[in-house]
Write a protein that binds this ligand. Structure first.
Ligand SMILES: CC(=O)N[C@@H](CC(=O)O)C(=O)O
Ligand SMILES: [Zn+2]
Length: 315
């Protein structure tokens, strides 16, 4: 990266992958990717290699989130460097395979961009998930997508938390982008969710094509929600949940939660209030896949990130 008059010159994004089925029961991404594998006309762009790819085919076949372990937590240095012995959990084998095909993670040979398509049972609407607040390419892309989507909103979740960050499938790429669209039940396809995801991806690919053509993108700012804390359900001594998401919080993803606001409703009718000092913005509220992860919702804080102007590096 070099800069002249404050323009950051970034490498061309020549190789892009679109992953569906990282979780085998999230149907919009699976359906879109399968459709594009059969006919890629819609996702083709000038000068771009674009690979639509089903990342966890065995989980897709079973329509379950995973077979042995969550693929979207499996891209750790330990897993990726584990010797290829027999008996590795399926998703660990698959992570190593994906790392060979699209990585190696952290290397110059890695794919430039991986879009990983997910669905949530939460009422999050269209959400882009970023893992770094300093990736100028992704910040500019997200800015472009948000503008193109208006008046529809597209939120940005920044998962840069030292403890809560996890080793995602997309993290193999130089610029990892998660797309999370909901609400959609597991195993179900909803046309509105499918179409939103398709539209976001169209704008994302347009951005990359324009960037590669040499256009300069001026400095911009991006509103993001930065991950703060994982909130678990109240539980008894056996670890079973004793309360549900409160009806006043259910479906209120991205809306402010203040001290004293209802958070949970116990089975015997007691309301549990939020007691944090600061206003937070909950998301992934009542996500089905997170019961096993001891998470009822996630709190976030609002932030405005600034990004430098960018353009493709001159060779
Ligand atoms: C509901 C769901 O699967 N969400 C994704 C979010 C992400 O891709 O970062 C996950 O937990 O892996
Ligand atoms: Zn998912």
């Amino acid at each position: 990266m070099s800069s002249r008059t404050n323009i950051s010159c970034l490498q061309e994004a020549a190789r892009v992958a679109i992953f569906g089925g990282t979780h085998g029961n999230e149907m919009s991404g699976i359906t879109l990717v399968n459709m594009w594998i059969q006919n890629s006309a819609e996702i083709e762009r000038n000068g771009l290699l674009i690979k639509p790819f089903i990342s966890n085919p065995r989980a897709v076949e079973k329509c379950s989130r995973y077979i042995a372990t969550d693929l979207n937590r499996a891209f750790t240095p330990e897993n990726l460097s584990a010797p290829d012995v027999e008996g590795l959990p399926y998703e660990v084998q698959r992570a190593k395979e994906i790392n060979r095909m699209f990585g190696p993670k952290g290397s110059a040979d890695a794919y430039d961009v991986i879009f990983d398509l997910h669905n949530t049972t939460s009422n999050m609407g269209s959400t882009l998930i970023l893992e770094s607040s300093t990736d100028l390419f992704n910040l500019q892309m997200v800015h472009y997508i948000k503008k193109a989507m208006a008046p529809h909103t597209c939120s940005v979740l920044l998962n840069e938390h030292p403890q809560l960050k996890y080793s995602t499938t997309r993290s193999v790429a130089k610029h990892p982008v998660g797309l999370e669209v909901g609400p959609q039940p597991q195993g179900v396809l909803r046309s509105n969710v499918f179409e939103s995801m398709r539209t976001i991806l169209k704008h994302a690919l347009d951005f990359i094509e324009i960037f590669n053509s040499g256009v300069t993108f001026p400095p911009c700012t991006v509103d993001v929600f930065r991950v703060q804390e994982r909130m678990d359900y109240p539980r008894d001594t056996n670890g079973n949940i004793t309360a549900m998401v409160h009806p006043h919080l259910q479906d209120c993803d991205w809306e402010p939660l203040n001290r004293g606001d209802p958070m949970f409703l116990t089975f015997d009718g007691r309301t549990v209030l939020y007691e944090g000092a600061n206003t937070v913005y909950p998301t992934f509220i009542n996500e089905a896949a997170y019961y096993e992860k001891q998470q009822a919702f996630m709190t976030t804080g609002r932030e405005i990130l600034a990004a430098n102007a960018i353009r493709k590096a001159c060779k």
